[in-house]
Design a protein around this ligand. Structure first.
Ligand code: F6R
Ligand code: MG
Ligand code: MG
Length: 366
């Protein structure tokens, strides 16, 4: 059976700053989806990661479908109405355009969706991150889909041996989708050369080279490219099919043990480790930590079984502690050097004005 899995997410307002949506907002979004799911969705799940609400939907209308995107857009609008009534902070902040034009891409919400021929058993993982950028998934995906040091299946399984093709997007380009497709393992060094730059080059999708099947889709929105100014980090979502012709669940989640440094936390302007957290986690330190959730599902004829909260396990408590320690180490040096992101990623305009004014006061000593 052919089904589409669509994950659409938006920050439409939060309690106490950019912390988490209120129960009223989550309820409004869920109720809207529930009421309007008939004849449209097979199944759905609503949750949140920090201040971002996500709607995970299964259906048979393919990717980029007007009705499916319209349902999510209207659900977020219903949630925004509650957020405004409750006086939540940043109510409707990711609904950057006034009207819906058939697809939420380019309007503010993040989207990751894939159409698949459902396997007899179809396990997949849904990742949602907050206080960070889409490039935060670059390293974990590289390690899971291209590096036998993390993903032993690449050398142990003859199915995985054919490798994977990576489609990478240049998210700085705003005239359209500027993409390149490279093959692992032959193009490993080229892939690495792009993926080292998390701000600009972002994995959009990964396919099995053996079967051509889609394995991964990530949201690649650049909110500031849409809004023309800083409106928060992009807080990506991602879908990853696992097992058999794809890496195992364990191979996909293993790289998150690194708690690698990404851009995020307070004002989206710092380099901090990505902390794996539990389902529906809230923000707790320095407008962070930059965090990621991983929900495991099985899907049969479009019906979702799950979620299993993958990072809700004693193993990940240790990783969380390590991530907190790494955070504390780099935060102690405040604004200095690598603790903050580079000028082009410092998305608040104030510092540019400040530096501009200082330019006039400089003199060149003769
Ligand atoms: C980071 C984030 C927060 C805000 C900060 C200031 O992605 O959302 O750190 O940048 O709380 O928010 P405003 O400018 O809305 O007062
Ligand atoms: Mg957010
Ligand atoms: Mg936000």
């Amino acid at each position: 059976m052919k089904i589409t899995i669509s994950a659409i997410k938006a920050d439409i307002g939060a309690i106490a700053g950019h912390i988490c949506p209120s129960p009223g907002v989550v309820n409004a979004v869920s109720e809207f989806v529930k009421k309007n799911a008939k004849n449209l969705l097979i199944d759905y799940y609503v949750g949140y990661c920090g201040d971002d609400i996500h709607i995970l939907m299964t259906h048979q209308r393919g990717v980029g479908n007007k009705e499916i995107h319209g349902l999510a857009w209207e659900a977020f609008k219903a949630g925004t109405a509650v957020a405004k009534a409750e006086g939540l902070y940043g109510a409707g902040q990711d609904l950057l355009k006034d009207s819906f034009s058939g697809n939420v891409r380019g309007l503010g919400p993040g989207v990751a969706e894939m159409e698949i021929e459902e396997r007899p058993a179809e396990p997949f993982l849904f990742f949602a991150a907050d206080k960070t950028e889409p490039g935060a998934f670059n390293l974990p995906l590289y390690l899971a889909f291209a590096d036998p040091m993390y993903s032993p299946g690449l050398m142990l399984s003859s199915t995985l041996a054919a490798g994977f093709s990576f489609t990478i997007m240049d998210v700085n380009y705003t005239e359209g989708d500027r993409v390149i497709t490279l093959n692992a393992p032959e193009d490993l060094y080229d892939i690495a050369a792009l993926l080292r730059d998390n701000h600009r080059f972002v994995i959009e999708s990964i396919r099995s080279r053996k079967t051509g099947e889609i394995a991964v889709v990530c949201s690649t929105t650049r909110l500031h490219n849409i809004a023309g100014k800083y409106v928060g980090k992009d807080d990506p979502v991602m879908l990853v099919r696992v097992q058999s012709q794809f890496p195992a669940t364990g191979e996909v989640v293993a790289p998150f043990e690194i708690a690698h440094y990404v851009a995020g936390d307070c004002r989206g302007s710092h380099n901090v480790p990505l902390m794996p957290v539990k389902r529906n986690s809230t923000i707790g330190y320095f407008d962070g930590p930059a965090m990621v959730q991983c929900l495991g599902f099985s899907v049969k004829d479009g019906k979702l079984i799950g979620p299993v909260d993958i990072f809700d396990h004693p193993y990940w408590d240790w990783v969380r502690e390590k991530a907190a320690q790494k955070t504390s180490e780099i935060r102690r040096q405040g604004f200095s050097g690598p603790a903050m992101v580079g000028m082009e990623e410092l998305e608040y305009g104030g510092i540019a004005e400040r530096l501009h004014k200082l330019e006039e006061k400089f003199s060149v000593r003769k």
